[in-house]
Write a protein that binds this ligand. Structure first.
Ligand code: GLU
Length: 476
């Protein structure tokens, strides 16, 4: 759904934002250059048998980029898209470095890409492509729990991660930590509960916390809280769908949803689950009962709303449409949705852009939790759930005895509940998104000359990565 252009390539855009921020740090030029550079770029071409009788041979182009090795392993998703190219994968890998730093996830940045249109292949063909890609990574030592750990991205999900884990384990039998070679796996194959919705939930937690800041809301003439705010979501993939879900459940009103084929709007609010079911049944988001169709998908971006959530691909808000954006807050659920030119226009309009390298970090945060689960070989909550419930039972008993009153079963069950895996994952994610937002706001306070949250996010990231390089003693 990339609709615009810029005079900067995507990797140059990331570099431009980096340069803007690096001025607010005191690292010497060598360290800055090292942080900014992509350490390793692996471009591969491999043959795969396709066709009903597997009688065709197709040569597939794919990439894995490791942007930074200041911490190990490298981490980042694999994009399956016909538009994949080296510049894009390098940009996305760089964003991963900064993202991980901001949310204190101890990984270097990485990213993969396979240049395919997934709609043109059967499941079996996609499996062959994915497994062969994983095998190429194993052959070149570009994957492993301590080396580089892929995850889902646009066009890939649990199914693909399951194939990758299985291929890795087949080639590295006996590696007891082998399941940690990839995250975003199905639960039955070592995945963690909550990973699927993690990015969308992180977007919600981040924006909810921003909306709690009276001083920030006052500047935009908005009331505090997400309740009652109007939201436009562009993209109904995994990230867009879950962002819409959590905003709706949090009391906001999703007034428009956009996809390739067009957009729909309803001032009374849309239910993403019903829209998703309608799209599945009819093949299109359009003609959803009670909603109005918008001819062009991009029209949704220009609607008046409080929060605009671009949740698809890069370069959707450009020099061309930026002046017509009416949102007060842009929540970058996607990576790189705003071009350099658009960024300047939007900043001048005092639109608050909550940058991708903070806001969509929920995915990698929960990937980190999954990786820890794989290395510890134990499900979250297994050791403490019963203990907590037994302790709480004792506490409730004491309270009842002392007060002479009996709690209702509903009250009791809420208090007694010991944490399940998903409770701990949500709690870890919530804590991460809230504390990192405050790190960003504090950075802006420390440097009043910084004009945007994006620049503050880059400053924070550069400082954290720079310190690691210094500590590693790489530079004399
Ligand atoms: N692809 C996601 C991102 O862009 C997730 C990466 C991960 O979980 O490693 O952040």
């Amino acid at each position: 759904m990339s609709i615009g252009t810029s005079k900067y390539t995507f990797f140059e855009t990331v570099g431009h934002n980096f340069d803007k921020a690096s001025k607010f740090t005191t690292f010497d030029a060598g360290i800055l250059e090292q942080i900014k550079s992509c350490n390793s770029v692996y471009r591969m071409k491999f043959p795969v048998r396709t066709g009903e009788k597997l009688d065709k041979i197709e040569v597939i182009e794919a990439y894995r980029v490791q942007h930074s090795h200041h911490k190990a392993p490298c981490k980042g998703g694999i994009r399956f898209s016909p538009d994949v190219n080296q510049d894009e994968v390098m940009a996305l890998a760089a964003l991963m470095t900064y993202k991980c730093a901001i949310v204190n996830v101890p990984f270097g940045g990485g990213k993969g890409g396979i240049k395919v249109d997934t709609r043109k292949y059967t499941e079996l063909e996609l499996e062959r492509i994915t497994r062969r890609y994983a095998a190429e990574l194993v052959k070149k030592n570009f994957i492993g729990p301590g080396i580089d750990v892929p995850a889902p991205d646009y066009g890939s999900g649990e199914r693909e991660m399951g194939w990758i884990a299985d291929t890795y384990l087949a080639m590295k039998s006996g590696d007891v930590d082998g399941l940690g070679c990839v995250t975003g796996k199905p639960i039955a194959q070592g995945g963690v509960r909550g990973r699927r919705e993690a990015t969308g939930l992180g977007v919600f937690y981040g924006i909810r916390e921003l909306c709690r800041q009276k001083s920030v809301m006052d500047k935009m003439g908005l009331s505090t809280g997400v309740e009652g705010k109007t939201v436009v979501v562009q993209g109904l993939g995994n990230v867009g769908y879950h962002s819409a879900k959590f905003f709706r459940e949090g009391g906001a009103k999703v007034i428009a949803i956009a996809e390739y084929e067009g957009a729909i709007t309803n001032p009374d609010g849309l239910n993403e689950e019903e829209v998703f079911a309608h799209r599945k049944a009819t093949g299109s988001i359009l003609n959803f009962p009670g909603a109005t169709n918008l001819a062009r998908s991009s029209d949704a971006l220009e609607l008046a709303c409080d929060i605009l959530v671009p949740a698809a691909l890069e370069n959707v808000i450009t020099e061309e449409n930026a002046s017509r954006i009416q949102a007060k807050i842009i929540a970058e659920a996607a990576n790189g949705p705003v071009t350099v030119e658009a960024d300047d226009i939007l900043n001048k309009k005092n639109i608050v852009i909550v940058p991708d390298i903070y806001l969509n970090a929920g995915g990698v945060t929960v990937s980190y939790f999954e990786w820890l689960k794989n290395l510890s070989h134990v499900r979250y909550g297994r050791m403490e759930k019963r203990f907590t419930e037994n302790m709480n039972t004792q506490i409730v008993k004491q309270i009842e005895e002392l007060s002479g009153k009996t709690m209702s079963e509903t009250e009791k069950s809420t208090i007694l509940h010991g944490p399940d895996e998903v409770d701990l994952i949500y709690s870890g994610l919530e804590e991460t998104m809230i504390s990192s937002l405050h790190d960003l706001l504090n950075t802006m306070e420390e440097h009043p000359e910084i004009d945007s949250m994006r620049t503050a996010a880059f400053v924070l990231a550069i400082k954290k990565v720079g310190v690691s390089y210094k500590e590693l003693g790489i530079f004399p």
